[in-house]
Design a binder for this molecule. Sequence first.
Ligand code: FAD
Length: 664
Amino acid sequence: VTELTESTCDVLIIGAGPAGLMLATWMARCGINARIIDKRSTKIFCGQADGLQIRSLEIFDSFGFADRAVKEANHLLEFCMWNPGSDGVIRRSDRIPDVMVGLSRFTEIVLHQGRIERFFLDHIKKHSNDSIRVERGVIPETLSFNEEILDDHSQDSYPISVKLRYLTEEEATPAQSKGSATRDGLFRSNLAEDDTDELIRKSKEKDGTSELVRAKYDVGCDGAHSWTRKQLGFQLEGEPTDFIWGVLADIIPITDFPDIRMRTAVHSASSGSLMVIPRESKLVRLYIQLIEVKPDASGRADRSKITPEVIIKAAQKIIAPYSLTYEYCDWWTAYQIGQRVGTNFDYRSRVFLAGDAVHTHSPKAGQGMNVSMQDAYNLGWKLGLVAKGIAKPDILKTYQSERRRIAQDLIDFDHKFSRLFSGRPAKDILDETGVSMSEFKEAFVKGNLFATGLSVDYGASMLVAKDGDAADQGDGTKVSTTNPTKVVCRQDLATNIRLGMRFPSFKVLNHADARPWHFQTKLKSDGRFRLIVFAGNVLSPVQKSRLDGFCKFLDSSSFIRPHLHKHIAILTLHSSKRMETELQRDFPEVLHPFDAHTGWDYDSVFVDDESYHEGHGEAYKGYGVDKETGCVVITRPDQYVGFIGSLDEDGRAGVEEYFKGVFV
Ligand code: FAD
C-alpha cells in the first residue's frame, strides 16, 4: 500500500544541479515557499563541470560568495596552443591571455563542482532560515494541470499537481560501471541511458511513500534527459556528431610536458586532440579525443569499450614525444559531442525548463554549467516577484524570449569550436579537409567574449526599454512583451551602459567614508530593482535643482513611492569634488534614507573622485555619462540595464512608465 500525503508550495524545483541550486538561491533571497528535489541520494561526489566564467563570478559576487570560489579555485590566465610542425612533431605555436584584458574584475577560474554546490547550499540555508533544503532520493512520477486556473496567477491558485515518490538509499545511488576501480561519472554522461523511468517503475512495484504537491510554478532543472521536458512533450533539436571524447577527471599527472599548468589545446598530426585544464590542489583535468572509438550504426558509441586505460593511451599518443602517466585519478567519464537546443522553454508561464534540460553541447568550452546557472539566474527573480504578487505575470514571458536566443548562440558557438577542436590540423594551405590553426586561434579569440558570458544582450520587452516592437524568441517567432506605453529611453546619455546588457563596473568611492568599491558590487541580488542616479556635479546650482526636482518626483509619485527601498533600491554616483560636498547638505534624504532602527544609510551615495590608495576610477568617463548633467539608469534585479533617461521631466516620466509596465 502506498501512503499518499498532500501539500502546497509556490515553486517546485525538480533537479538540484547548478541550475536548480541557482533557482533555489533566488527563492531563498526572495522569501518564496519553494521546494527542491533530486533523485540522487548525495550531492555531486564526482565531477562534471569545473570552469567558472566571468559572468558567473559576478553573479556569485552579487549573492556574496564569489570570494569563497576565488580563494579555493585555480586561476586560468594563459591559453597555450600546441600544433604539429612540418615534421609532424607537436610544438607550442602560441600563447594568449585566457580572457580579454580589462573586461571585468574577475578572470576565469576552475574548481570542483561539489564545492560550487556547497557554496549554494550554505547560502540557501542562511537566507531561507533553513526552510529550503534539497530533498534527496525524491522523484516525480506524474505532472498534471488544472487548465481552468492556469492563467489565474492570484495568490491562492495552485494549478500544477506533481506526484512525488520517495526512493530508498539504494535506489537513489547511481550505478557505477563494472570492472573499473576508479569512480566514473558515466551515469551523468550522454553515453548513458536515463534511469528515471526505470526508477519510477521499480519503486511502484513495492510499498512506499508518495506525496501530492500542488504548486503555483514548476521548474524542470533535471538535466539533459529532463523528465519534465518529456512530460510537456517538448523536444531538443539537433544531432550527435561522430566525435567521442574521454575525460580523465582530475588526475595528478606525471609528465615532462611543459604546459601542464596552463589551459592548453594540443592538436596532434593524426592522433586527435587534447585539452589540459589545470585545477586546484595539483589536479589536472584532461579532455582527450578518442579517435579509435567510433559510433555504431545507431550513431551511438558503445560506452563499455571506454575505460581509463583506453583514455590514457589515446592521450599518450597525442602528447608524444612527451611522456604522460598518472598516479591518482579521482574519476573519469566519456561523452559524445552533440549540439541540441529545446523548442520551448516554458509551458504557459507555469512550467519552465532551465539548464541542460534545454541545451546540450560539448563541455570543452566550459559553458554548460555557466549558461545553466545563468538561465536560472534570469528566471528566479521574475518567479519570485510574480509569486509574491509584486510583478505582473507577463514578465515571465521574457524568460523564453531572453534565454532561448542565448541557448541558440551557445549551440552555434560550440558547433564551431568543437569542429575546429576535433578536426585534424591542416598540413598546409592546400589541405582543404584539415583545420587551419590560424582559424582555430581566430575562433578562440572571437569566441572569448561570448564564453565569458558578458556579451549577453537581451532584446526589447517591458523589462528592457529598447527600441523594437517585440522580442524575437530565438526561433523566428516573436513575443509581444514590449511595454505598450513605449517608454522613451536615452541610450545617448550613458554610451557605455548598454540597454539589455549587464551593468559594467568601475571603481568609485563611498562618499561617507572614502573607501573605494567596484560599483557593480553594490547591485546585490536581493530581488530589488536599482535606480542608479548619476547626480552629476551637485555643486552647480542648475544641476542641484535638477537633482532636487528628480528626488521630489520620487517622493511624490503615488505609483513609485510605495515601492521605494522595498522593491526599488536607490544608488547615487556624483561627480563633484568629494571634499567640497556634504552628504546631509547636498543630497536629498530619499538618496540616503533614515530608518528609525538602523539610522542613516551610509552605503548609497558614491563619488567619482581620486582615492587615497587606488587612483581615480574615472567612472563617469567609463560609463560614458556627462559629468555635469548626469542621468538615471534602471537595472533589473539581475543587473541587466532596463532604462536610461535624463533627470528632467522626460526621464521622470520614463522611470514611472517603466515601473508601471513591471509592477502590479
Ligand atoms: P545537471 O547538472 O545535469 O543536474 C540535473 C540534476 O537533476 C541532477 O542532480 C539529477 O540527479 C537531477 N535529476 C535528473 N532527473 C531527475 C528526476 N527525474 N527527478 C529528480 N531529479 C532529477 N560546464 C561548464 O560550465 N564548465 C565545465 O567546465 C564543464 N565541464 C564538464 C565536464 C564534463 C565531464 C561534463 C559531463 C559536463 C561538463 N560541463 C561543464 C557541463 C555541465 O556539467 C552541465 O552543463 C551542468 O551540470 C548542467 O546543469 P543542470 O543543473 O542543468 O543539470
